[in-house]
Design a protein around this ligand. Structure first.
Ligand SMILES: C[S@@+](CC[C@H](N)C(=O)[O-])C[C@H]1O[C@@H](n2cnc3c(N)ncnc32)[C@H](O)[C@@H]1O
Length: 226
């Protein structure tokens, strides 16, 4: 099995189609990330962590067309797909980096977002990412991310996986697609329970944390630096 970078390098050109067949209510998940933002919240500097081909970046641009947006990903090939998608946008800056070793500038961002990416690193690196994001935000800055979570029991977790498979097949995934997602998941996905995320966001310094929405294993988290 290839590593996570090679996996996304190989998948880069087909990723945008595949993810829509794989993740139930994917559009709704991305929409929910913006649902609780106040109308007068106008972030000038935004970071998209694990941007992939830019599905969340696209939504960010629709909400905040004048913001300066940094997009970061481990995979060089997927970053190229993202660059091609937004080729005429001068307000997007592309960064190739690993969550595990990235150096984010301090006190810079008004908003940091991430969709379905943080589960690719183990818990100690998730905590490091939370502390990195906290120090990179301005005061009153927001960190909003969507990700896969682990059930608090195995029964809940495996029921979620069973429901996910049924929904993915309805969305047009094939058995072969499903086997690929599961092989990828077994090799390099590290799902953590909702409570773990909330507790560790607080430990990283965020004073206001919440789970905004959840469907099966996909949750949307809110963390504010006050
Ligand atoms: C499932 S995709 C999500 C992409 C996009 N946010 C979306 O919603 O379509 C996960 C992305 O995280 C990136 N990624 C995985 N591990 C990473 C790491 N350690 N550091 C930075 N990016 C990583 C992958 O290359 C991939 O583009």
């Amino acid at each position: 099995m290839e590593n996570v970078e090679e996996f996304y390098d190989q998948l880069s050109s087909s990723y945008t189609d595949l993810i829509k067949k794989c993740v139930p209510r994917y559009d709704e998940l991305l929409s929910n990330m913006f649902l609780y933002l106040q109308p007068d919240f106008k972030p000038l500097r935004i970071l998209d962590l694990g941007c992939g081909t830019g599905n969340l970046t696209q939504r960010i641009l629709e909400h905040f067309p004048d913001a300066k947006i940094d997009v970061l990903d481990l995979s060089e090939d997927i970053l190229h797909e993202c660059m091609n998608r937004f080729d005429n946008k001068s307000n997007i800056n592309y960064l190739q980096a690993d969550f595990k070793s990235m150096n984010l500038p301090g006190g810079t961002y008004d908003l940091v977002m991430s969709s379905i990416a943080i589960h690719h690193v183990e818990d100690p690196f998730k905590f490091k990412l939370y502390t990195d994001v906290f120090q990179s935000l301005k005061m009153d800055g927001l960190f909003i991310f969507a990700d896969q979570t682990r059930g608090i029991t195995d029964e809940i977790y495996f029921k979620n996986i069973e429901c996910w498979k049924a929904e993915a097949l309805k969305l047009g995934s094939t058995e072969e697609n499903w086997k690929m997602w599961m092989a990828h998941q077994d090799a390099h996905d590290f799902h953590s329970p909702v409570g773990w995320h909330l507790e560790n966001l607080q430990k990283a310094g965020f004073n206001e944390v919440d789970l905004l929405s959840k469907y099966l294993m996909w949750g949307v988290f809110w963390a504010k630096k006050i």
